[in-house]
Design a protein around this ligand. Sequence first.
Ligand SMILES: Nc1ncnc2c1ncn2[C@@H]1O[C@H](COP(=O)(O)OP(=O)(O)OP(=O)(O)O)[C@@H](O)[C@H]1O
Ligand SMILES: [Mg+2]
Length: 408
Amino acid sequence: MKNALTHRTLYTALLKLYPCRYRQAFGAQMQQTFLDQYQDIVSAEGKVGLAFWWATLCDEVPNIIGQRVTAWKEERRLLPPHVATHTQKGRSESMSETILATGIPGLKRFATGKVRDVYELGDALLLVTTDRISAFDSVMSNGIPDKGRVLTQLSAYWFQQMRGQVASHFLTTDDQTVLQWLTDAGVTVTDELEAVLAGRCMVGRKTQALPLECVVRGYLTGSLWNDYVAAGGESRPVTLHGIRLPAGLRECERLPEPIFTPATKAETGHDINIGMAEAAQIIGEETAERLAALSIAIYKAAVERARQNGIIIADTKFEFGTGSDGELIWIDEALTPDSSRFWDADSYQPGRSQPSYDKQFVRDWLESSGWSKEPPAPVLPPDIVDRTSEKYREAYRRLAGQSLLCVS
Ligand SMILES: Nc1ncnc2c1ncn2[C@@H]1O[C@H](COP(=O)(O)OP(=O)(O)OP(=O)(O)O)[C@@H](O)[C@H]1O
Ligand SMILES: [Mg+2]
């Protein structure tokens, strides 16, 4: 019981301190364990259990949380205790292997995102894109075959396409070069590690990530459409996030001009839309203006290129960091199905929602499954997994104009 209380205490306090990061970091299964333990304690011991829980909390917070917070501050991203130190694999119906978590002995972990495992590699970062998929702020317990490779290779494609226009963190996705960097860093490269990394890793410049999600929207869809309707935009001009929009636009209609709608991460893991004024308060007016201009410029250039391949980029989200000299650097991922809405230009029709090249199958299935949207998420059935995998691969084929390297 003491053990259960200790875990529950730690988890609750961590969630209070860093809700978004810990919710992601602990993962659905771990959260459920804690929730179950909490239920057990309360139902078995009632108020006495709660009192003991509080006492334990007061007793332990200064030590355990203090250490964790210090580590967090030092590393910026804390490696939670349960994160794999070995590779965790899964298998789909089609028997393609998925990589759900990684561990690279000898490398210090920099961050564990919803999708990426990031390691320090000297002045650079090794970004390993796993096959994890998240929906409704929960990471699913099974992965999507080839998703990590699609995201890595599509990002590499875009970073390279935009090289003349914007500095990005991209250094290489060449497997042999990456393995050499790892060897130079003292990592023992086994056949297993080589197979795990194949086609899914990128080395990028390490930056100081800016706490802003740089969202650019070219079409009226998603939350912007909901906000537009709620504000009465169908019958009169409205101002959303400080931006004036004309009356009478239809769902998914192209906006007169692409707009920049920055967001921050909320405690629950949802992004919260903020206006430029708030963005300026967070990162400074000049930087906010530069990010807006840069984001819109990348979006416009990408739209042009994608159009040649019959794809509409309805909206997308960029992340930026600053280099040691203060330069703005485009980081993380670039115009992937996880960060963007892609539509087929041939079947595009404003006035209705559009099928997109992303997790739509997963979202639709989760909606129909009766899941409460609280962790743990249900296991995705094989046909949903396979169809989603195919959508990701198709997005890559159509945008990059070639098949994926290393398809399993
Ligand atoms: N070059 C870089 N310098 C510093 N941090 C980086 C760099 N590239 C990526 N990151 C960080 O690494 C993490 C990658 O994790 P992942 O992409 O899975 O993200 P997430 O933030 O959890 O979620 P999402 O991308 O869905 O919003 C992010 O926190 C991102 O900001
Ligand atoms: Mg990310």
